[in-house]
Ligand binder design. Structure first.
Ligand SMILES: [Fe+2]
Ligand SMILES: [Fe+2]
Length: 164
């Protein structure tokens, strides 16, 4: 079954170089929520955020790219602990560092990634696109914990985006 994002030419044109990297593909080997890998989760967040950014006249490209990279880290968040700070604080910063190894980040893209745990972390987003990603991330996390990925991708959001 092909998922909506793969058929969306504009979306693919924004993220295909990132999807082609080992760094992004490696996310498929990490479990994120009960029913999703980290790659599936990142694609859901990226694609839905991109759709909302388009609808609300934001920077759809930056939103798609930063959404895909927002959880670019390689450890099990259930077991790894840091001395420097909580997982919520640390992993967005680690994701920025990892993302910068495969692409150049604009200030907007950096803000989207660093602030995506807003609510658990204090610094508020600076841009509309950052608010989109932090809200979509939370929505996807809840959905992925309760539903299989394909059903999650297809049914719940389909009617919302049917007009695009
Ligand atoms: Fe995250
Ligand atoms: Fe996430």
């Amino acid at each position: 079954m092909t998922l909506a994002w793969q058929d969306d030419k504009e979306y693919m044109s924004y993220v295909e170089d990132l999807l082609a990297t080992d760094e992004v593909q490696k996310l498929a080997t990490y479990k994120q929520h009960v029913n999703s890998t980290r790659l599936e989760h990142s694609l859901s967040v990226s694609y839905y955020s991109y759709k909302l950014a388009k609808r609300w006249h934001g920077d759809a490209r930056a939103t798609a790219r930063a959404g895909l990279l927002h959880d670019l880290f390689y450890y099990d968040w259930r077991t790894t602990k840091f001395d420097e700070g909580s997982h919520a604080y640390m992993h967005p910063r680690i994701a920025v560092k990892n993302a910068e190894k495969i692409t150049e980040l604009s200030p907007l893209e950096r803000d989207i990634i660093v602030k995506h745990m807003w609510g658990a972390t204090i610094a508020p987003p600076r841009y509309k696109e950052s608010y989109i990603v932090t809200m979509v991330d939370k929505y996807c996390a809840v959905k992925e914990a309760s539903e299989p990925f394909t059903q999650n991708m297809r049914s719940k959001w389909q009617h919302i985006f049917a007009r695009n």
